[in-house]
Design a protein around this ligand. Sequence first.
Ligand code: 2P0
Length: 333
Amino acid sequence: MDKQTLIKQLLPSQPWDCTEDAVTAFACSNIALVKYWGKRQKELNLPVTSSLSISLQDRGSQTSLRCQLGSDDLYVVNGYTLDVSSAFARRVKAFLDLFRPSHEHGFYLETDNSVPLAAGLASSASGYAALVLALNELFQWQLDKKSLSIIARMGSGSASRSLWHGFVEWHRGNDEYGLDSYAAPLSHVWPELRLGLLLLNTGVKAIPSRQAMSITQVTSPFYSSWPTLVEKDLTTLKQALDEKDFNLMASTAEANALAMHACMHAARPPINYWLPETLATMQQVWQLRDQGMHVYFTQDAGPNLKLLFLHSDEPILRQYFPEMQVVVPFAKV
Ligand code: 2P0
């Protein structure tokens, strides 16, 4: 089955009403504590493993979308109009083409991200999730979140997890068409949990994550052990959430991130998202732990780190990391 056929199965049959009035939608970013790294099927974006994330509360993508009959698409991201020939715009267009009622229908898309684009802070996750929520509004599909998660997954895998706040698990699924590969929220609530965003370098990443994922999967001699490791880390992480055991939760997340990067480092050619400041900060975190502090990190497809700690340690950590932006995943909204 290709994307178009799958979409037809999920969506109400055409014609869809599409007004020229703009709709708006917000989706939060998410940071994986047990990572998604590798696809078992590229066309439908099906993952090799399940993954588990925490949301970034009010940081994410605010998207406005409308149809414009008889005009070409226009995409405005953080106030800048995208060059239609850029890889970014072509990928958005290919996704929107799946839902375009006819060639006459252009889309005007405007999105504002409150996380840096393409710097390993999950801008594509919240971007595609917000776009799918906006499409659901625009065409009044009234789909449930499970279907929206499947559709968001086809835009970008991690977007499947960006439709909920809190802890979210994206289930790998077994169906060859991916109808059981969607995310769902976990019931655990952890008000004391904090994430510290350390923006060490906000330049565009060295290599897009999609490409890096594929090279790792095909060439890294360590990739064959990744699925077993993820399964084990998911079990441990869920146990840590059940027991509200911070050290177990955060140490598992840190080890999982390091294992993902070790797989990448061993790929041929090597994939490296670490900058000198990334390693220096990791070493600082390890030193603080040696001194008895309960602080850990995770890292995605970029040089920036996200610290994991509890509210009680925030004042002291702010002294060591004055630039840190603190996120409260379970803040009351
Ligand atoms: C994650 N990352 O679980 C992992 C960890 C980055 C490192 O998902 O090809 O943009 O669009 O499905 O979701 C980034 O990859 O990849 C990602 P595609 P995506 O958050």
